[in-house]
Design a protein. Sequence first.
Length: 509
Amino acid sequence: MTAPAGPVRYGSWSRDKQGWFLGLGGGAWITILLGGMPLLIAAGAHAWLLALSWTPIWAVLIVLVAVPVKGRSALRWALDSLFRSAGVVMRWTDWQSKAAAGTVENFDEADLPGVLSGIRTHDGPPFGPLLTRPAIVADNRERTWAVVARITHPGIGLSEVPARTRMGNGLSELLEGAATAELVSVLALQIRTVPDDGAERAAWQQTNLRTDAPSLALAVNAELAAVMTQAGVRHEAFVTVVVPEGRIVKQAKEAGGGVDGRARVLYGVMGEIEARLMGPVGCTSVTWLDSPALAAAIRTGFAPGDRAGLTAADIAAQSDPNVASAFPMAAAGPTSTPNPERRHYAHDAWETVTCTILLPDKGAVMGALAPVFTPTTAGERRSVTVFYEPIPAGKADRIVGSQSMSSDLASEMRRKSGFKIRAAHRRDAARVEGQDVRLADGNALVRVGIAAAVTIPNTWSVTDYGRRLESNITGSGFKPLRLDLAQDAGFAAACIPLGIGLPKRRGVK
């Protein structure tokens, strides 16, 4: 087999939901037609005054339903604004942790704001040769179970094209295996580019630095360490595997029931995921997080500056058993979060702007999002989470069949109505046909979503850094979509490795 001569361009995706005609679905057309019925009835009865008075109402209804504004219809914007205003008035969105109020009863119980409020964690039974106890994450609101792993990957920056292609194929095999097993509903890959706090270097210097060294050498070393720490960054990568309760309940009963039964079923999934991550994907290590490690990952998601203290405590605990290094889950969240702003999210001494990333029609090469991962200033944190939703074969067949029928119906209606079938329409139809062919060949259908966030201290200009994030996304060839009125949910999706994604479309599980 001959290796590809140039980078592989990935672009065989299509819209999640195809419109029947003029980009509108069946529900929108039914609403518009029902809204126009009084006008037709009044015109049929020659009640011209009533018809004339109803015409502007119908026009407003058409605008509310059919005109998209930044990814949402005008009607949806109005409803979201109403819900947010009601939440602010009723003080539903103003949150304070139990730890800050001094009312913690169980230190092992998670206390998180917003869409994370339904999270509960459990210690699973011993797993693996080291008999570790990974944390089992239960989301009571969405009725799902999840496990989180910290991974180490050499990256693709210095990889040749064949190596990148091999890693991409390995990820495809991982997702196809998840779709075939029909247990995993979401596989979330999160990468954080965080400021280097120098905690490991400081601990190493404390142990190995020679006090009898020349004073000039010590001064130069200290100055270099300060400069390098200020400008340095480090990468953290997490993989979260989410399994719905409906898919795991039968096997969990056979495995003993309860949390332990669900954990045993999850352990089988973890073994398969780990084997593929360590194999074709190219990871060098996969560590499933226990409760203290998961609590630290959540805490550093809310407060990046706390990592230095947590790391220093872990290093000190290795030599001094009296040092408490295990971080309690009850203190993993922020101390308080005010009412979410329209364009950003404030948590303790930090502020975050979150955008979703829309995939370009022209496709993209692997590594095109590199500028989005790169901070523009020392002290800035970038976080990107990619959600992969493997769709079971039966459901994928129904989705592709419905999209194919909608595409054919739209083309036929345009032809009969005298509208020109443009190149974009032919491209979308070809993509749907390509999906049908690949699905028939045994490939899996995967729904993809990307959320990117920038976190800065609250003394900086959040507007400026939000603009920089959007500029980096645009410069990478993608399109940013700021999550206005949903910045708290966007932050949870982009920065917290618990598998909490963006709001489900129309309640679909």
